[in-house]
Design a protein around this ligand. Structure first.
Ligand code: NAD
Length: 429
């Protein structure tokens, strides 16, 4: 569904769209990078409370001091500074930031989840409608060539009507430990449940493919490993304390963040800026930070409470069954998809950038797509910015564009899944 009259999209008659970014951390920085690569817009204002990161980003993107804000209060007090605002702050801040921004007249690119509070999600959508502004949610998977090609296949009718969808979200033990045990999404009261934080993407993708609303949800899930009772004897509070178990522990910070061993590469080294809080950190800064940073903690001794594995069984309209399994415990970070239709099936692993189509009584074929690695969401970040800027510049929407009214379906299912997991009941929507 399309929202928003874009006749208001230019603030000064200049050719290039102006974009402001609130929160120039991991996500905000990636969007800034993609905007620069795209070239179809100009970043005119930046806001982040981490002043070192803010200064670094302003230099990189040529934003003047008068347009650099080290607090959200100052940023909003300055009025409307661009045609659109990207909100890439933390989950529980989205609501306050989105409401202020919509009231100022910004079109929004809003990070997911919209909010961990159901009422706040609905309020943002309703305010956008009232103001005739657009809110596009960063459901990046839709935009990646892998999921886009599957959507095209489904829509072509090649596999007939969808009967069931099975999606397994393998988070990767190293990724889970970083984000959901030590990091930003470890504690429900601070952020939200993992089924919302991690899997609103999957729930959105299921809705995107089937275009059917969910009628019923049943869910179960648990925490198995990252609990105090599982800590090995004499484990230190921080790996670099040092801990006597460093050699054998898969979650030792050296393996996760900076050292290469026979079996591991430090995939989470990409978060060096987040951990050190420095714009141009060196390896020695990272090692020093890990002695005291939350990211240096023993994974068995953190204040985490989000579940590590969860199943969600959904009954959609048209009698479609969908199942989602989220697990922390996989070596890689990937999603495995199986879609069965009345005339054929689609089987694929997103990280491989290919899927198989088997037509019953007909040919099978493998579809290969271009990708750009898991860190850009398989090309999703790039194409999200592409579609967002095209929409702002021309008003043209793509099939995959994730306006808030459509993508809130994923959030409603996640909230129902949590209710089901906690009460043991099937939830009707
Ligand atoms: N679309 C996706 O696939 C995806 C992936 C990861 C994270 N996310 C979401 O993106 C959002 C940002 O995550 P992140 O990993 O970039 O986090 P981050 O902590 O790296 O970045 C957030 C930035 O916002 C700044 N900030 C927070 N509150 C502020 C305030 N009041 N005023 C000014 N600056 C403020 C912080 O200083 C930080 O630099 C979260 O909502 C997260 O759930 C989405």
């Amino acid at each position: 569904m399309e929202l928003g009259d874009l006749s208001n999209r230019r603030t000064d008659g200049q050719k290039r769209i102006k974009i402001a970014i609130l929160g120039i951390g991991n996500r905000g920085r990636r969007y800034a990078y993609q905007i620069k690569r795209h070239g179809g817009a100009e970043i005119t204002a930046l806001c982040d409370k981490k002043t070192a990161l803010l200064r670094g980003a302003c230099q990189t993107y040529g934003v003047g001091e008068d347009m650099a804000f080290d607090s959200d209060e100052k940023f909003f007090a300055a009025g409307k500074l661009a045609d659109a605002l990207i909100i890439a702050t933390q989950d529980r801040d989205h609501y306050g930031h989105a409401v202020k921004a919509l009231n100022l007249g910004y079109n929004l690119l809003l990070e997911k989840p919209v909010s961990p509070v159901p009422k706040e999600c609905e309020e943002i959508a309703s305010l956008a409608r009232e103001k005739n502004l657009s809110v596009i949610v960063c459901h990046v998977l839709r935009y990646s060539p892998f999921y886009h090609a599957i959507k095209e296949t489904v829509d072509s009718g090649m596999i007939g009507d969808i009967v069931s969808v099975n999606d397994t979200e393998n988070i990767g033990y190293w990724h889970f430990s970083h984000s959901y045990v030590r990091g930003n999404w470890r504690n429900e009261a601070e952020t939200g449940p993992s089924i919302l934080a991690k899997c609103c993407h999957d729930l959105d993708i299921i809705h995107y493919f089937t275009e059917q609303k969910c009628k019923e949800v049943y869910s179960s899930g648990s925490r198995k490993l990252f609990v105090k009772e599982k800590a090995p004897e004499n484990a230190a509070d921080y790996c670099l304390a040092p801990c006597p178990h460093r050699k054998t522990c898969a979650y030792d910070v050296e393996k996760i963040y900076y050292g290469i061993t026979r079996y591991t590469v430090p995939k989470m080294s990409v978060h060096i800026k987040l951990i050190t809080g420095l714009p141009n950190p060196k390896l020695k800064d990272l090692k020093e930070s890990l002695k005291t940073s939350p990211y240096g903690r023993c994974v068995y001794k953190c204040d985490n409470d989000v579940v590590e594995n969860q199943n969600v069984a959904m009954l959609l309209n048209n009698g479609i069954n969908a199942n989602l399994t989220m697990t922390a415990f996989s070596k890689g970070c990937f999603r495995r998809l199986y879609i069965s239709g009345t005339k054929g099936e689609i089987i694929g692993v997103d990280a491989q950038n290919k899927f198989r189509i088997n037509v019953f009584g007909g040919p099978s074929k493998t579809v290969k797509v271009s990708g750009s690695g898991i860190f850009g969401h398989l090309g999703g970040d790039k194409m999200l910015i592409h579609d967002f800027l095209e929409y702002l510049n021309t008003g043209k929407t793509s099939k995959r564009i994730s306006f808030i009214d459509v993508t809130l379906e994923s959030h409603r299912i996640a909230f129902a899944a949590e209710e089901s997991r906690k009460t043991g009941m099937t939830i009707k929507l």
